[in-house]
Ligand binder design. Structure first.
Ligand SMILES: [Zn+2]
Ligand SMILES: [Zn+2]
Length: 239
């Protein structure tokens, strides 16, 4: 029945793939199957701690130089795809151009990653990287919250929307070096309810992870508030 209505709607309002513009096909989301099949999914080998994919590494299990130098404040981080090509444009539209209708498509990618790397028994709740309130008002939404909400619903986990807050505005990380990124977000996050956080295992969601300084700073705040374990999941991995 759902397919019937979908095909009727497709006749009335022809849909186009958000990436290539072709009709996405029955039962597909806003991306056609070809574009989904062409996504640069992250496969091993990747760092067993931060999940960063590595070229030329042959061991199945390895820890990258960054994580060996300095243990990250999160236990593990994993991302669904590399921040390349079409997905880069989609995430940009999702984050800056109000393309929030892409949340289920991106959420499905994220959920595939979470399902592959974290068992449900490992997690008590889902939280996300918050925006500074003025920035969120200006944008009208927080893209990471939309992803976290979609994921929480798919996994049947509670979403903690007010657990983390950004207590000072920060410059966008895009054009900063790795040390400048870390400095930019230092002390930028606070935990609203340390009593609740204590002893919990949390999944922290963001759209893109590059150097890991933003999710790292959030994880540090959560751990300082007593969180037992913090796992990270993002749709894409830049670098
Ligand atoms: Zn397409
Ligand atoms: Zn690593």
């Amino acid at each position: 029945m759902r397919q019937f209505w979908r095909s009727l709607l497709d006749l009335a309002f022809p849909r186009a793939c958000a990436s290539c513009g072709q009709p996405p096909g029955l039962d597909a989301g806003h991306l056609c199957w070809d574009c989904v099949a062409g996504l640069p999914l992250i496969a091993p080998p990747f760092c067993s701690v931060c999940g960063d994919p590595a070229e030329g590494v042959t061991e199945a299990e390895f820890v990258c130089g960054w994580c060996r130098d300095k243990t990250p404040p999160f236990e593990r981080a994993r991302s669904a795809v590399r921040y390349h090509g079409a997905i880069r444009d989609l995430l940009h539209a999702f984050k800056y151009q109000g393309a929030i209708h892409l949340a289920p498509d991106l959420g499905e990618l994220l959920e595939g990653c979470v399902r592959a790397h974290y068992s449900d028994e490992l997690l008590d709740a889902v939280c996300f990287v918050p925006l500074y309130p003025a920035r969120e008002r200006e944008r009208g939404y927080n893209q990471s919250r939309l992803l976290a909400a979609d994921l929480a619903r798919r996994r049947g986990l509670p979403l903690m929307p007010r657990l983390l807050s950004r207590i000072r505005p920060t410059a966008t990380q895009t054009r900063l070096s790795a040390p400048a990124r870390a400095e930019n977000v230092r002390g930028a996050f606070a935990v609203a309810d340390p009593g609740w956080v204590r002893g919990r295992r949390l999944l922290l969601v963001d759209d893109v992870m590059t150097t890991g300084s933003t999710v790292g700073e959030c994880a540090r705040a959560l751990r300082a508030a007593g969180a037992w374990r913090v796992f990270v999941a993002t749709v894409a991995r830049g670098g």
